[in-house]
Design a binder for this molecule. Sequence first.
Ligand code: ATP
Ligand code: MG
Length: 419
Amino acid sequence: MKLIEKLDDQTREDIRTISDILSQSSYQCYMVGGCVRDLLLGRPVKDIDITTNAEPQVVQKLFKRTVPTGIQHGTITVLFEKRSYEITTYRAEGTYSDARRPDTITFAKTLSEDLSRRDFTINALAYDPTADVLQDEHGGLDDLKQKIIRTIGKAHDRFFEDGLRTVRACRFASVLDFRIEEETFKAICDPAIHERTKKVAVERFSDELRKGLSGPFPSRLIELLEDTGLMNLFLPYKAPRPELQKLSLLSNVENRLGCYLHFICMREKDPVASIESTAKKLKLSNETAAQAIRTHRFLLASAGDLNDVEEQIDQRRFCAWLKKTSADPLSILDDSSELASIQSSLQTLIPVWKTMIQNDPLVAKDLALNGNDIQELGFSGKEIGTAQASALEYLYRWPGRNTREDLTQFLLGKRSSSS
Ligand code: ATP
Ligand code: MG
């Protein structure tokens, strides 16, 4: 079967159109990189990258609808209705003095030059969709068959050029379930290379972390990053290995990230503060950080035994936090039901929490006495808030006592004992 036939009908037609338009003007056209690799592996193809010797301005002229998405790097996006394809001019990269981006980008004349600047052999396969010919100049096909991640050229040099490639190697090894070739692995572990990886913008590290965690072997990514010393360049924690296996039970990548942060921070003195600072360090969004803290609290709160009265009080405190911090705590509980796959006690606890949130007095506005009522009992200023807090603590133990009489008696008793 021809490789192009593995694409769905619409995509195949689009690629043929792109190839025809370029070749009618005597330009070359190859599918390249991740899409060729994934087609050969029989994996779903995310996006199709095309490479050509036509310069960006030419690509803009040849196609009706284009967007100059990365024109300074030679990339033009071509649109067909809602479908888009990135067409990038052959590139030859200059030196990298900052370990992040090449100092200069020059366009190359040949496909060979473009392929040799790429990171791994399996990412340097190019496919001519019209001639149905695969260009494999670096042994990528063999490495695909043997499931090997290997740099093109000397590993040490290639990682020194761009410090992100070390992390990418671990990401591809985990997502594809490949092993990293020996020289390549040695270079990844080299402290001199670590100095280069350290300079990479943390957002790019986090992007790779996220991509790797969304693959089928998330725990392997963490293990590889830890074993090579790469994780330590960004985060000072070590994950508990047996727990890590649970990550793959979660399907949502946000939950996986949150769970990973929970695993590495749960033994810290102040786990919530550690999760917050780790999320900041990784420049994760506020939403991702908030989700991680929720995941942490869910897992922590679900560790208790519900038959124990003290535990029930803790559960109510947890539900109070959920109610205070979330617009709709019940919908968050529904979203979190995926976490029940990694901690089975959550299965029984989520309905209990829902009932508590719906029925029990948990936050100040649930109290049978409002602020004015409490003032009339003789409390003023800051004392009112303190009185509300102690009334709530009292009700976490005795939720049935949320009546005006009970609370009045309780608060007057508190007043006389404190004065
Ligand atoms: P996926 O899209 O599944 O994450 P991919 O292989 O398409 O995988 P991208 O990050 O989209 O990865 O990059 C596209 C291609 O560009 C790669 O296949 C590789 O050939 C090249 N490439 C990307 N990043 C680098 C890099 N840091 N150094 C060298 N080549 C790179
Ligand atoms: Mg890609």
